[in-house]
Design a protein around this ligand. Structure first.
Ligand SMILES: [Fe+2]
Ligand SMILES: [Fe+2]
Length: 155
C-alpha cells in the first residue's frame, strides 16, 4: 500500500465501521474495502503522473480520504432487502457521504469527491475539482478491471 494512504487515512482504515467493508463484495471477489484502497492507490498514481508531467498540484490528503470513503455506503448492494430504496448506482454516493460525515472529519473537497464519483450516471453531479475528476476516473478504471477479472474467472 502506498505510504501516503496510511499517512492521510490512518483513522479511517483503523475504524471499526470501515473494516466492516471487508465483508461486503464490490465486484467479483473484491471486497469494498479492497476496492476503495485500490481506487486510492490508482488516484495517487494519476496524481503523481500529472504532477511530474504537467506540474499539476493537488490536495493529496483530500484525494486519499475522498477515495477511501467514496463507496462508504456500508451495506451489501447485491441484496435488495439490505439497502436503501432506489437504484444503488444513483443513491450510494449520497449514502456514503452521509456515513462519512457521521463517522469522520470530512473536508469540503472530500465531500465533493464522494458526491461526484458516479458522474456521468448521476448527471447533475459533475466533478467540480481536480481531485474529484481523478477519483471519478480511478474508480471507473478499477471497477472495469475488477469486473473483467470476474468475467474471465467465470468462463
Ligand atoms: Fe461507487
Ligand atoms: Fe467505487
Amino acid at each position: 500500500m502506498d505510504h501516503r494512504i496510511s499517512k492521510h487515512g490512518k483513522d479511517i482504515l483503523k475504524s471499526k465501521n470501515y473494516n466492516k467493508m471487508h465483508g461486503y463484495i464490490q465486484h467479483g471477489s473484491v471486497s469494498v474495502f479492497r476496492h476503495c484502497v485500490r481506487v486510492a492507490e490508482t488516484s495517487l498514481k494519476i496524481e503523481r503522473f500529472l504532477k511530474k508531467r504537467f506540474n499539476v498540484k493537488m490536495d493529496e490528503r483530500a484525494l486519499v480520504r475522498g477515495a477511501l470513503l467514496h463507496d462508504y455506503f456500508l451495506y451489501d448492494w447485491h441484496n435488495k432487502k439490505d439497502r436503501p430504496k432506489g437504484l444503488h448506482g444513483f443513491t450510494h454516493p449520497g449514502t456514503a457521504l452521509k456515513n462519512a460525515i457521521r463517522d469522520y472529519a470530512v473536508s469540503e473537497r472530500e465531500k465533493k469527491i464522494i458526491r461526484q464519483h458516479m458522474f456521468p450516471l448521476t448527471i447533475t453531479k459533475i466533478p467540480t475539482c481536480k481531485e474529484a475528476w481523478v477519483v471519478n476516473i480511478a474508480d471507473k478504471w478499477c471497477s472495469l478491471a475488477e469486473t473483467a477479472k470476474m468475467r474471465k474467472k467465470r468462463h
